[in-house]
Every structure is written in structure tokens, then in C-alpha cells.
Design a protein around this ligand. Structure first.
Ligand SMILES: NS(=O)(=O)c1c(F)c(F)c(-n2cc(CC3CCCCC3)nn2)c(F)c1F
Ligand SMILES: [Zn+2]
Length: 262
């Protein structure tokens, strides 16, 4: 327990500003979303997720989260519409979660957190040639955030939780083909949107955030499966269970409040 506290103090969110001064920037993520203060913008239309031809490749433990990577060599799976000027290509998705019974989402809604949060990361391949270039540009990435609420078993999440034992340690990866994240979407795509950043180092202020209002429901048992993952590698003697891998909400600063689309 004390090891975790020391680890947090040295490497956790409060220490990131030492190596990444942008951590105190003007458009950092996540934020606390206050629905009553969200603006309406009639020019803001619905978002469209064209994932039918998506190609998942692998699932990996990168020491921060569990990440499913996609083939982003063409526009086979994109997000478009809403605040986006053009289609953004699906690159990867990953999760953030808490400890047993604790909150674990990154965004909060009127101060209330969810058990977990799924991030589908897309990049602007129309304006930028590589994901890396996009990840450092102000309109380079579009991340779709989906809250996970604790309740009944999720019908499709087991496809992911069943293989987590194969990527228990940092640096491990395995094939993960034929998975379509469409099965992880809630019934409606009403969203809040605002300009923000990566929530982990390098914290680049390159993300157009689209956070869905409706959570999906997953069971405590399924959430517990994420906690078999380790922050540490197989060879490290200090076992560090992967949990509480979320950044707390950051100051809104001079950003206009988020915009809502119902
Ligand atoms: N939580 S989050 O905001 O959805 C989220 C993350 F947590 C990330 F870690 C990344 N991320 C992207 C890279 C590639 C490098 C980004 C910098 C330039 C070289 C490639 N590494 N991590 C990310 F893109 C993202 F959107
Ligand atoms: Zn994330």
C-alpha cells in the first residue's frame, strides 16, 4: 500500500508537470462536465461511427492500460460528423478504471464519476500524414469517451475480459482479430464535446473530445477482470496491480463550457 502511495507521488498525475509542463496548460483533460452549464449549438449535428469494415489487430498491456490496436492504413473505420470537419480514423481503444468499488472514470458528470471509461482514439488522416503528427496537432485527434456503469453483465465485454490473462504484464501483446467495438456502444449517441488533451503523458493538447451521455452497463465481475492486469513487467519483483489508472478532472480555465447534442 505504501509502495503504491510512493509510486503515485513519484509517477502519478500530480508529478507529470515536472516532465510535461503542458500538464498545467489551458486545455487539459479530463474535466468535470456540468450538464446544466453545457451550451446548445444548433449547427452541431449527430456523430456517425462507420466501424463496419474495421480491422482489429492486437491487444496489449502498455503499462498504463490495455489497448486494442486497429489497422488505420485507410478509411475503413472512421468517426465523422458532430464537431469534426472530416472523418477521423480509428487507431486504438483502451480503458481507465478504479480499484474495487471505487470510481475509475476520467471525466465526471456534475462531480459524479463512473466505474470505468472507454476511450476510442481516432486521428485526422486528411490533414496529417501520421498518427504521431496528428497526436501533436490542435485538431489531430478525436477521442470518443464512453462511461461504464456497474450493473448486469455486458453481453459482449467478455470477448475482451476473457483474453486479459494473456496480457497480464506490461509489454505483453497478443493477436486480437475480428473485434468490432460497435458492440460496446450505448443505444444512443447523444454527446458532450469540448477541446482537450491526452489524459496521459505526453498530455498533448490535440484532442477533440466527444463524451457520450449514456453509459454502457458492465458487471463488477467483468470490471474485476481488468484488475488482474499489472503495471509492472513479468521480470519486475514488485507486483503492481493495474488499477486507478485515471487522471482526475482538470481546471476548465478559459475554455467555453462544453457543447451538448441531443
Ligand atoms: N486517454 S486518452 O486521452 O484517450 C489517450 C491516451 F491516454 C494516450 F496514451 C494516447 N497516446 C497516444 C500515443 C502516441 C504518441 C503520442 C505523442 C506523439 C508520439 C505518439 N501514446 N499514447 C492517446 F492518443 C490518447 F488519446
Ligand atoms: Zn484514455
Amino acid at each position: 500500500f505504501t509502495l503504491t502511495l510512493i509510486h503515485q507521488a513519484l509517477f502519478g498525475p500530480s508529478a507529470w508537470h515536472r516532465h510535461y509542463p503542458v500538464a498545467k496548460g489551458s486545455r487539459q483533460s479530463p474535466i468535470d462536465i456540468i450538464p446544466d452549464e453545457a451550451r446548445r449549438d444548433s449547427s452541431l449535428g449527430p456523430i456517425f461511427l462507420k466501424y463496419d469494415r474495421c480491422t482489429s489487430l492486437s491487444i496489449a498491456n502498455n503499462g498504463h492500460s490495455v489497448v486494442v490496436e486497429f489497422d488505420d492504413s485507410d478509411d475503413r473505420s472512421v468517426i465523422q460528423g458532430g464537431p469534426l470537419d472530416n472523418p477521423y480514423r480509428l487507431k486504438q481503444f483502451h480503458f481507465h478504471w478504479g480499484g474495487k468499488g471505487c470510481e475509475g472514470s476520467e471525466h465526471t458528470v456534475a462531480g459524479v464519476g463512473y466505474a470505468s471509461e472507454l476511450h476510442l482514439v481516432h486521428w485526422n488522416a486528411v490533414k496529417y500524414t501520421t498518427y504521431e503528427d496528428a497526436a501533436t496537432a490542435p485538431d489531430g485527434l478525436a477521442v470518443l469517451g464512453i462511461f461504464l456503469e456497474q450493473g448486469d453483465d455486458h453481453r459482449w465485454l467478455h470477448t475482451i475480459t476473457d483474453v486479459l490473462y494473456m496480457v497480464k504484464f506490461k509489454g505483453s501483446a497478443t493477436n486480437f482479430k475480428g473485434f468490432n467495438p460497435k458492440c460496446l456502444l450505448p443505444s444512443n449517441l447523444h454527446y458532450w464535446t469540448y477541446l482537450g488533451s491526452l489524459t496521459t503523458p505526453p498530455l498533448h493538447e490535440s484532442v477533440i473530445w466527444i463524451v457520450l451521455k449514456e453509459p454502457i452497463v458492465v458487471s463488477e465481475k467483468q470490471l474485476g477482470m481488468f484488475r488482474i492486469l499489472q503495471f509492472s513487467g513479468e521480470e519486475e519483483d514488485q507486483r503492481m496491480r493495474m488499477e486507478n489508472n485515471f487522471r482526475p478532472p482538470q481546471p476548465l480555465k478559459e475554455r467555453i463550457s462544453v457543447v451538448v447534442h441531443d
